[in-house]
Design a protein around this ligand. Structure first.
Ligand code: COA
Ligand code: AMP
Length: 626
């Protein structure tokens, strides 16, 4: 156990009061923690501050004005551009001015649907500057997903760009934005589009505006003071049902927690170069492309490319060399993709990566094979950290800025100060060491974690705080070993993890079930060497349907168009019936085990055991035919 963990355990409030001194409040908070009866918590609620000020102005005022704040590296466009803290502050202040001119006030919401370009960072920070609440939607989501977020967040303005670029394909964003606005019941007042040279969007709707026109006319605005418990952003994430949950992050706890994590967890200092090879649409991008590194005074790298194909599996090593990256953060799937292309890691020797001190991995469990390969190939510590959109920063990790505890392959190490992690059985009793159970966190959650679900506080309580009184339910299963190392083994609910992206099988099922030829269906995850998991559908057709025609292709299209390509839905098995319990529950675990070739435990409650034979035959025939 680290000293920090002990200090926190001894007196959590003193610990966080102390950490709060590391950020520059306009008015320091008197109240450190406020807890509601239902278990929800706010930190530093009466402090006055501004997150954009902390990320930009503070550094300009304190001698970092000329230091690079953001390096944009885009192999897909051939562009590289560096912004100093002063330049990023000035540009962001104008984008904030644009928002004000469009009528965005403190507390209003703004949706950002943009690719990995500096304007996406400016847009986020500009919202924070004026006290508006941003909600960034990942570019790989299709129009209906965007529409559901528009209806929930009710943004005054949508900020987007004309296109994203996927390796060498230009993905036009404007038609997606238009379609989403058309689908949504709520209508935003303005849709501002940044024109990229790879695609000109037609700004033909009455609400359309050109980003450059608006920003060039705007006046720079100063950061406004917000309260510690004012919301900074909403980030939608998948739950077990189709409706995404809008995780609400508050300004005060977020800034304090990220500042602490940059120092303690990541062991980086102001002036270091920190590269999160993720996307601003995900929580890793929010916390460790944008807010964490900038609040800490680092240089952050924004990479518009892939680990492979842009142009090859040496892409990451090039970026590390060219920008003297000190710490890189990505998902295991990215490193597996590199290993697949370059198994011996030969491309590393083409670059000088001596600046690199540590590799951090999150988004899914870092499998020991990948961990070993990375450590051997790169010759630096490779650190797994376990966290979720909900927590906003790592729950378990080796504290590289304190006393690193040593790596145990397959473990995310130990809980980070602030998190009292416990393994509970289904009845809520503590599980013995080594015994797998539900991973729960004792309340209150530390600063930086979600304060609520946007527009639905009851859903927050029902989803997270109701299973075990006094605990937050993570939705993950795992165990502590005899040395207190935490092993996170996967979700215990119906959420799946595709290439580090979290999606709901329920969401995909809902779509498939809406197809007129489908009587019923279930979607489960099959293990995939590259992406961790992939969704697979078991579909029963209506009796009126003979043969499968194009149904499998239609289902793929349906999922691509409604959720997005990022769902990676490609495989459907047509089966005569689904295996169920006598009470009618589909035996998902059984299907998953059959798909993955692991031990199939058939519960005695199965209604008709012969339903499994049909499925077995279906799976075998595919194996034979492929
Ligand atoms: N905008 C539009 N489409 C997008 C997109 C975006 N921002 N991101 C992904 N997509 C599309 C891809 O083009 C692909 O479409 P396709 O089915 O038409 O080919 C689909 O969504 C799946 O994308 P992806 O999962 O990225 O697969 P890939 O085969 O293109 O690349 C990897 C494989 C491993 C290289 C890639 O998954 C990767 O870089 N993963 C890292 C994940 C990561 O950083 N996660 C963040 C959490 S920390
Ligand atoms: P997201 O909210 O998209 O970040 O996804 C969070 C989920 O990803 C967690 O609940 C886990 O299931 C999984 N996850 C993230 N990081 C890890 C990790 N280091 N080890 C195991 N699972 C992880």
């Amino acid at each position: 156990m680290t000293d920090d963990y002990q200090q926190w355990q001894r007196n959590p409030l003193d610990f966080w009061r102390e950490q709060a001194r590391n950020i520059d409040w306009f008015t320091a908070p008197n109240t450190i923690l406020s807890q509601l009866n239902d278990g929800a918590a706010s930190w530093f609620e009466d402090g006055k501050m501004n997150t954009c000020y902390l990320a930009l102005d503070y550094h300009v005022l304190n001698g970092r004005g000329n230091q690079a704040a953001l390096i944009y590296d885009s192999p897909v466009t051939g562009v590289q551009q560096s912004y100093s803290y002063r330049e990023l502050r000035d540009e962001t202040a104008k984008v904030a001015g644009m928002l004000v001119a469009l009528g965005v006030n403190k507390g209003d919401t703004v949706i950002i649907y943009m690719p990995m370009i500096p304007q996406a960072v400016m847009a986020m920070l500009a919202c924070a500057r004026v006290g508006a609440v941003h909600s960034v939607v990942f570019g790989g989501f299709a129009a209906p997903e965007l529409a559901s977020r528009i209806d929930d967040a009710k943004p005054k303005v949508i900020l987007s760009a004309s296109c994203g670029i996927e390796v060498n394909r230009v993905i036009k964003y404007k038609p997606l934005v238009d379609a989403a606005i058309e689908l949504a019941i709520y209508k935003p007042a303005h849709s501002v589009v940044l024109q990229r040279e790879q695609a000109q969007a037609s700004l033909d709707k009455p609400i359309d505006l050109d980003w450059n026109d608006c920003v060039s006319r705007a006046n720079a605005v100063e950061p406004v003071a917000v309260r510690g418990d004012d919301p900074l952003y909403i980030l939608y994430t998948s739950g077990t049902t189709g409706r995404p949950k809008g995780v609400v992050r508050q300004n005060g706890g977020h800034a304090v927690a990220l500042k602490y994590s940059m120092d303690a967890v990541y062991g980086v200092h102001a002036g270091d170069v920190f590269w999160s090879a993720s996307d601003v649409g995900w929580v890793v991008g929010h916390s460790y492309i944008v807010y964490g590194p900038l609040i800490h005074g680092c240089t952050t790298v924004m990479y518009e490319g892939k680990p492979i194909m842009t142009p090859d599996a040496g892409a990451f090593w090039r970026v590390i060399e060219e920008h003297s990256v000190n710490a890189i953060f990505s998902a295991p799937t990215a490193f597996r993709a590199i290993r697949r292309e370059d198994p011996k890691g030969a491309l590393v020797s083409n670059y000088d990566i001596s600046s690199l001190r540590t590799v951090f991995s999150a988004g899914e469990r870092l499998d020991p094979t990948t961990q070993d390969w990375m450590a051997n190939t790169l010759g630096v510590p490779v650190i797994d950290n376990w966290w979720q959109t909900e927590t906003g920063w790592p729950i378990a990790s080796n504290l590289m800025g304190r006393e690193p505890l040593g790596v145990k392959r397959g473990s995310a190490t130990k809980p980070v100060p602030g998190f009292d992690v416990q393994i509970l059985d289904d009845d809520g009793n503590p599980a013995a060491h080594g015994k797998q159970g539900n991973i729960a966190i004792k309340l209150p959650l530390p600063p930086g974690c979600l304060a609520s679900i946007w527009n639905d506080h009851q859903r927050f309580i029902d989803s997270y705080l109701s299973d075990y009184p006094g605990f937050y339910t993570s939705g993950d299963g795992g165990y502590f070993d005899q040395d207190g190392y935490l092993f996170v083994m996967g979700r215990v609910d119906d959420v799946i993890n595709i290439a580090g992206h979290r999606l709901s099988t329920g969401d995909i099922e809902e779509l498939i079930a809406q197809h007129p030829a489908v009587a019923e269906c279930v979607v489960v995850a099959v293990n995939d060497e590259l992406k961790g998991e992939l969704p697979v559908g078991f579909v029963v057709l209506n009796s009126a349907n003979h043969g499968d025609g194009n149904i499998k292709a239609e289902l793929v299209q349906r999922v691509r168009q409604s959720i997005g390509p990022v769902a990676c839905y490609r495989q459907t098995y047509l089966v005569p019936r689904l295996p169920k319990t006598r009470s009618g529950k589909v035996l998902r675990k059984v299907l998953k085990a059959m798909l993955n070739g692991t031990q199939v435990v058939v519960p005695p409650t199965i209604d008709d055991p012969s339903s499994l034979d049909d499925i077995k035959k279906g799976l075998l025939s595919v194996e034979h035919s492929s």
